[in-house]
Design a binder for this molecule. Structure first.
Ligand code: NAP
Length: 283
């Protein structure tokens, strides 16, 4: 068996073209990204997001702040962006320097401008199964699964990883789609017992090829969120040999990565519609 590859790139291109249409219709969408310090990986992510935003016609501002900025100063900058009528969507690139309390900064964002969906209000809405801004990576995974018409209702799903930005929101979205979800993390014992049973397996761990082919259910669906830089280049959390066992597999690169950026832009459209009252933001 060789799995059908769930490629993110073509789906992402379509979403980005749709976003460009929305931008024309709305007239103006303002996105501000905030990068504190000069972490090289964050710099790459910010550049990719900007390129995509500009291509879609979004007015993107790349706010760079020095690593030494105090928490109080950063909070003041966030407050300015919250109040700025030209700004629909704000993204604070994580991680922030150690002397800044990340949770405090995210809490300071206006929830309706929280394009990443990380604010506790938006996370709470997701927890409650209500409409909200959802983190772009798990949102992208859901779009990929739907695109291939993969059955989630009643499916057994395993999510490996419980981070606030991928694992937890992923598990909630799968549960909302009526899958039965198991979350796996670094304390989980006897992993294959869970994974071999998984109709849908989502790996978001950050450990190269930790999911081997013999951990995958024959005919299952495997989504590889991992992006790991190794000497052999970019690799995922899933051994590519899983393609011989699974029915569907998302590749790395070219799988979830492009979807994250496309769904982030989609979220910027949602923020703009909230602010214009075209979508009701839950108060
Ligand atoms: P993270 O915050 O480091 O979380 C990793 C999770 O994996 C944690 O919940 C951790 O468990 C669990 N874990 C770590 N080692 C484990 C092990 N040996 N066995 C079982 N569980 C283990 O990472 P993240 O931000 O969620 O990202 C995960 C991966 O996705 C990374 O490779 C990242 O680069 C990638 N990523 C990709 C995209 C994309 O667009 N494709 C977007 C975001 C992230 P504990 O909670 O117990 O520590």
């Amino acid at each position: 068996m060789s799995a059908t590859l769930i490629k993110g790139k073509p789906i992402a291109e379509r979403i980005r073209a749709e976003v460009a249409e929305h931008v024309k219709e709305i007239g103006h969408i303002g996105l501000v990204t905030v990068l504190v310090g000069d972490d090289p990986a964050s710099d790459v992510y910010i550049r990719l997001k900007h390129k995509a935003a500009v291509e879609a016609g979004i007015e993107a501002t790349d706010l760079r702040l020095p690593a030494e900025i105090s928490e109080a100063e950063l909070l003041a900058r966030v407050a300015e962006l919250d109040a700025d009528e030209q700004v629909d969507a704000i993204l604070v690139q994580l991680p922030l320097p150690d002397h800044i309390d990340e949770a405090r900064i995210i809490r300071a964002l206006e929830p309706a401008k929280d394009v990443d969906g990380f604010h506790p209000f938006n996370a709470g809405q997701l927890y409650l199964g209500r409409r909200t801004l959802v983190p772009a990576t798990p949102l992208g995974v859901m779009v990929m699964l739907r695109e291939h018409k993969l059955e989630l209702d009643g499916a057994r799903a395993v999510v490996i990883g419980r981070s606030d930005i991928v694992g937890k929101p992923m598990a909630h979205l799968l549960m909302q789609a009526n899958a039965t979800v198991t979350i796996w993390h670094s304390h989980t014992k006897d992993l294959p017992r869970h994974t071999l049973d998984a109709d849908v397996l989502v790996a978001a761990v950050g450990v190269p090829a930790m999911v081997s082919a013999d951990m995958v259910k024959t005919g299952g669906v495997v989504i590889d969120v991992g992006i790991n830089r190794t000497e052999a280049g970019l690799v995922g959390d899933v051994d590519p040999g899983a393609a011989e066992v699974a029915a569907y597999l998302s590749p790395v690169p070219g799988g979830v990565g492009p979807m994250t950026i496309a769904c982030l832009l989609q979220n910027a459209v949602v923020c703009a519609r909230y602010r214009r009252g075209e979508l009701a933001y839950p108060a």
